[in-house]
Write a protein that binds this ligand. Structure first.
Ligand code: SF4
Ligand code: SF4
Length: 677
């Protein structure tokens, strides 16, 4: 296992290095993602009750997975409509069933489908001497180029028109001009010959409705209709998570999928298939296969799904929106994900289907748990939580922790912090200041601030005591809050820290805890879920300072700077504190605040969180540099944030950047400018 994990770590380093060295390779994908994102932002405003639609979709997913009768009801309805249903427990069973359905045919036209990718259908059929033609333009390009798909609805978005022209010219044996009209014409002409020859078409299904027994497919090109109309048979390869209660819900999902998948309000086509093609026009005798298939067969594949306990990973509708702004996907592209399912959720789902080692290979340790994918997801899949659970499982099965994480675990067990620092040195920042160990408000400094950014806790104490607050501090008795351990999946270590901290905090007699570190703030706010006795009110210092400003207990001296503010994920997206830091900054006379394009709940991560800085420092720094570029593009000369860990990563990132911006901490800035009344 050790040797295997060393070679996996080596492989990951090399993936990260080549992605950084060849960052331009996915520039086309990034541009297309940006267009999709911008269109989403515009078009979602045109959908009535947009947020309610998201809530409704999530709730339908939740209910569908707890309704054991739904599958049976769906099969009964489909079969009553004349659609034959076959259930395959495993990938091999599914492949053999499809082969059986194909019979003697030697040509298959198929449309885009993640489930067919999951079971490697194309390779399997080709190995049996069957020609398989992808009919979606993007998929056909990727198939010819033997490239990886980068997005479920835009598989070839990373390729330029020049790349596509070269691929098609090589394949067709004549020069195809690199203009979109010529390219689409060449692809259409090539594919249509195969479509007209094929007797069997294979498609996926976007949704399967239980009440009506219908298959819903959403598409723009029209190729799915063509595949589904082959005269002999339409084979639909899908999975039980596509089942929804009825057509109304399917349409709600379709609306969301179209917006989140493409940025558009509608797709060119939504096909509802409820039976084979038929007519009774001659003597009222039913004849099948009039203008479409004689037979429709649905193959529902389990492939390990029924074993999955945490069903949230299957709420996905494969829109790919979570990839658009994921800081890790931005750098690594499809190297972050499983072979059929991309990005963070893809890693977790692949780990469920194919085994935890596939999750580790796909990038279980790359994710910063920033939560932007949850914001971008129509059904709000909590990928950070899924990641934590999957990492926990990977630790249980011996695939994690990484050696770097192992060192942190060993340190915290011995010293109470992720570093091998003596507990006494945690308090050096006090520099002779005497803070009582009991009192109504406990200040929690946190490990990073105490050992690596001591000016921040010192500034915090100066502010809190100057404002007349009665502050206590645990001193050398303070231990790590457990944030990094919860995030890397070392749940047992986290639990032990949470229990020990709670018991020490209780002894201070405090009712409220103030923190400066967003990681500590988020983690302490979660403590009561794990330790029922934890009953403190937890506050981030930006909330405290904002209150002091509103009460007139602080005002600011003038400082003429042009600043932008970076929302730390643990403070902003995870705990909803967006406005207090901005209120503080806007209260400083002379300070001009310009927002980055991605701010508040759309803020992009600094790249360091959830163990990424420790295990993949190059990835963390590179993501940090991308965020710095966004800060610099505002024209600001100061980047202000409220997290020492983000600041540290930005400083590291600046070392490899030719651009300049001054990085400033919100708490030290407050202390330096504050006048107390
Ligand atoms: S939590 Fe952040 S880094 Fe992880 S998959 Fe989601 S967007 Fe990507
Ligand atoms: S996780 Fe959410 S955003 Fe990502 S593909 Fe699935 S439904 Fe879309």
């Amino acid at each position: 296992m050790k040797n295997e994990s060393n070679s996996c770590a080596e492989k990951m380093r090399s993936i990260i290095k080549s992605a950084i060295d060849d960052y331009a390779r996915f520039e086309g994908m990034r541009r297309a993602f940006q267009t999709n994102f911008d269109n989403q932002e515009i078009n979602k405003l045109k959908i009535d009750g947009f947020e309610q639609r998201r809530e409704r979709a999530r709730e339908v997913r939740r209910r569908s997975f707890s309704d054991d009768s739904l599958l049976k009801k769906t099969i009964t309805r489909l079969e009553a409509n004349g659609i034959r249903v076959r259930i395959a427990s495993t990938k091999d069973e599914a492949l053999n069933m499809i082969l059986e359905e194909i019979g003697d045919e030697k040509l298959i036209v198929k449309s885009k489908s993640n489930v067919t990718k999951e079971i490697d259908l194309t390779h399997f059929l080709e190995s049996k001497g069957i020609e398989v033609i992808e009919t979606d333009a993007g998929d056909r390009i990727v198939q010819l180029a033997k490239e990886q798909t980068v997005h479920p609805t835009g598989p070839a978005l990373h390729l330029t028109r020049y790349d596509v022209a070269r691929i098609l010219s090589d394949h067709l044996g004549y020069q195809v001009e690199p203009n979109p009209d010529e390219l689409t014409k060449a692809i259409r002409n090539e594919i249509s010959v195969f479509i007209s020859r094929a007797s069997i078409g294979i498609t996926g299904a976007n949704f399967i409705t239980a009440e009506e027994g219908s298959i819903v497919v959403v598409h723009n090109e029209g190729n799915i209709t063509a595949c589904a109309r082959r005269p002999k048979k339409h084979i639909i390869v899908s999975a039980p998570e596509k089942i929804v209660p009825n057509l109304d819900e399917a349409m709600n999902f379709a609306k969301l999928q179209i917006l989140y998948g493409t940025g558009s309000l509608n797709s060119s086509f939504i096909d509802v298939i409820s039976a084979p093609s038929r007519t009774a026009d001659i003597e009222k005798i039913m004849f099948y296969g009039m203008h479409g298939p004689k037979e429709v067969v649905l193959i529902l594949i389990d492939n390990g799904r029924s074993r999955i306990e945490d069903k949230e990973v299957m709420y996905c509708i494969n829109c790919g929106s979570c990839l658009l702004k994921c800081p890790v996907y931005d750098v690594l592209g499809p190297a972050f994900g499983g072979h059929a399912y991309l990005g963070g959720r893809g890693v977790c789902f692949s780990a469920e289907l194919e085994g935890i080692e596939k999750g580790v290979e796909g990038g279980l340790t790359y994710c910063t748990q920033c939560g932007l994918c949850t914001e971008m997801c129509p059904v709000k899949i909590d990928t950070p939580r899924l990641m934590r659970e999957m990492r926990y499982r990977a630790i249980r099965y011996g695939f994690l922790p990484t050696p770097e994480q192992e060192e942190m675990i060993s340190n915290v067990k011995q010293w109470g912090s992720p570093w091998s620092e003596q507990p006494e040195s945690r308090t050096y920042w006090l520099n002779g200041l005497n803070i009582p160990s009991d009192g109504p408000i406990l200040y929690f400094a946190g490990c990073f601030n105490s050992f690596r950014a001591p000016e921040i806790p010192r500034a915090a104490i100066d502010i809190l005591t100057s404002a007349g607050l009665n502050i206590s501090y645990l001193g050398a008795d303070e231990i790590c809050c457990g944030s990094p351990f919860l995030k890397i999946g070392a749940k047992d270590v986290f639990m032990s820290l949470a229990l020990r901290n709670t018991s020490r905090m209780k002894k201070t007699g405090a009712r409220k805890i103030i923190t400066t570190c967003p990681g500590c703030y988020n983690t302490l706010s979660l403590y009561s879920q794990y330790v029922p006795e934890f009953d403190f009110k937890v506050e981030h210092i930006s909330q405290t300072i904002a209150t002091l400003l509103k009460e007139g207990k602080i005002e600011f001296r003038t400082k003429s700077i042009h600043a932008t503010y970076h929302d730390p994920c643990d403070l902003g997206r995870h705990r909803g504190i967006f406005e207090d830091p901005r209120f503080i900054l806007n209260s400083i006379p002379g300070l001009k605040l310009t927002e980055m394009k991605f701010n508040r709940n759309r803020s992009i991560c600094c790249g360091a969180g959830a163990g990424v800085k420790k295990t993949h420092p190059e990835l963390a720094s590179f993501i940090g540099r991308r965020r710095l570029d966004q800060a610099i593009e505002t024209g600001a000369d100061h980047l202000i944030t409220a997290c020492a860990f983000c600041e540290n990563n930005f400083r590291d990132a600046l070392k490899s950047s030719s651009r300049m911006i001054e990085i400033v901490d919100l708490v030290t800035l407050t202390r330096d400018l504050a006048i107390f009344s």
